[in-house]
Design a binder for this molecule. Structure first.
Ligand SMILES: Cc1ncc(COP(=O)(O)O)c(C=O)c1O
Length: 448
């Protein structure tokens, strides 16, 4: 019998953070920085609060990478999961089905007015993007247009980090080391509302920038399967906002040039921008729509691609080879679907999105000292997202904010010089005031 060698440790380990440094390779992290920037070990969480093993509590102002929609451990979702555990944990979704996946699919389709449906399930955001890209290219093959195999994304776009998703991600930090492995997309300039020229508003920027898409389509649409966009807010690219007009333009150009539009609502969906789907604000629907992150309230990994009926129908055939033969082991996991249904129940029954308008107004008002700070630029908000840039930020600005914020009992993780808030929705007035006070204190200290 082969016995694996014991792992020798020079020092006895004394805490979860130290043991984590030795045992866990953390995502999106330079592990070398961590000894001087200790990992915060979280013991439990409730509402907007994370409680550390260090006896301190931290306000989760970024909803743990934008997934904790209702706050942590919302009792209705906890109860729904307990109930679900009493009957079905997981079952493969090929050849089998179950109540939660059917109900969730029906409900999401109804929320698009049945413009989209036939929910296809993945496990995380990147897998949803992979699914949508493959569905699009494969659909064109079914139509005898196999040459339509390339994709378009926006400058600063982010759609995940698996190789297909990286191909439509225009952030060099994530992509550059894997450039040789990636099938690169066409990149068009985005419609960043901050780039308005004198006399222009955000809508005018959208109209102007849509012309780049038009020019590209006019020349290359014969080889393009789809354009992928993050509707209204390009998140990881630095909370880049654009006017809904841009989406209307994309829709109409896609129709005119026979290109699919994939709306990646992984970050902006589920009410984050004020409406359940960000696309609703433009009054147009994409051909394929990706959801993940907040849909399961941050409880369990889940992603969904909704498609137009015409796309779905192209895959119906006697031959198995014509089907969409994509699968993930955890596709449509019953617990994750049940969590999502509970999240939708809370959003609906408590009229959360309507209440968020009041919450957003209050937080925007309380953040005015930040907005007016002489070094703060482009203070902006939409729905439950706030962002601003800091002029003259040093290279280690983001790390410094992260550290100072923790000292103030706040979880923040700026992207370069862009500081943002994407808090859980269910905040009381007291939570909002405390959040604003803490953010103001952090910015004061960092910008002093
Ligand atoms: C718009 C968008 N698409 C895709 C992804 C990838 O999701 P995941 O990290 O779950 O793979 C993200 C993650 O931040 C995202 O913001």
């Amino acid at each position: 019998m082969r016995v694996s060698a014991p792992i020798l440790r020079a020092q006895p380990v004394s805490s979860w953070s130290e043991r984590s440094l030795a045992a866990v390779w953390h995502p999106c992290s330079q592990m070398k920085w961590h000894p001087e920037m200790p990992l915060v070990s979280i013991e439990r969480a409730e509402g907007p609060w994370l409680f550390g093993h260090d006896g301190r509590r931290y306000f989760d102002a970024i909803g743990s990478w934008w997934v904790c929609l209702l706050g942590h451990r919302h009792p209705a979702v906890v109860q729904a999961l307990r109930d679900q555990l009493e009957c079905l944990d997981h079952v493969m979704l090929a050849g089998l089905t179950h109540q939660p996946v059917v109900e969730l699919s029906e409900r999401l389709s109804a929320m698009t007015g049945n413009a989209l449906g036939h929910a296809f399930y993945g496990s995380d955001g990147a897998s949803a993007v992979e699914i949508a890209l493959k569905m699009s290219a494969h659909a064109w093959q079914h139509l005898g247009r196999a040459q339509k195999q390339s994709f378009v994304c926006l400058a600063g776009g982010y759609h995940g980090e698996t190789l297909g998703a990286l191909g439509v991600t225009d952030l060099s930090g994530f992509r550059q080391p894997y450039e040789g492995l990636v099938h690169a997309a066409h990149v068009v300039p985005n419609a960043d509302a901050r780039r308005a020229q004198p006399g222009e508003d955000a809508r005018a920027v959208a109209l102007r920038q849509a012309r780049h898409v038009e020019r590209l389509f006019a020349e290359h649409a014969g080889g393009i399967a789809a354009i992928v966009t993050e509707p209204l807010v390009q998140g990881a690219g630095g909370m880049i906002f654009h006017d809904p007009e841009y989406l209307r333009q994309v829709r109409s150009l896609c129709d005119r040039y026979s290109v699919h539009w994939i709306a990646d609502e992984i970050a902006v969906g589920c009410g984050r921008t004020g409406t359940f789907f960000a696309c609703e604000q433009a009054g147009v629907w994409p051909d394929l729509l990706c959801l993940s992150k907040g849909i399961s309230g941050g409880f369990l990994p889940l992603s969904i691609v909704l498609s137009r009926e015409e796309i779905y129908r192209l895959f119906l055939h006697e031959s198995a080879a014509k089907a969409f033969l994509h699968s993930h082991s955890f596709s449509g996991n019953a617990l994750a679907c049940r969590a999502a249904l509970a999240v939708l129940d809370v959003l609906e029954q408590d009229q959360v999105l309507a209440a968020n308008r009041l919450r957003a107004k209050r937080l925007s008002e309380r953040l005015q000292p930040v907005a007016r700070h002489p070094r703060v630029e482009h203070f902006r908000s939409i729905g439950m997202i706030w962002a601003w840039e800091v002029a003259g930020a040093s290279v280690d600005f983001s790390r410094r904010v992260y550290r100072v914020a923790l000292e103030h009992g706040l979880l923040l993780r700026p992207m370069g010089a862009t500081v943002y808030l994407m808090p859980p929705y269910l905040l009381s007035d007291g939570d909002i005031d405390l959040l604003a006070r803490s953010v103001c204190a952090v910015m004061d200290e960092v910008l002093a």
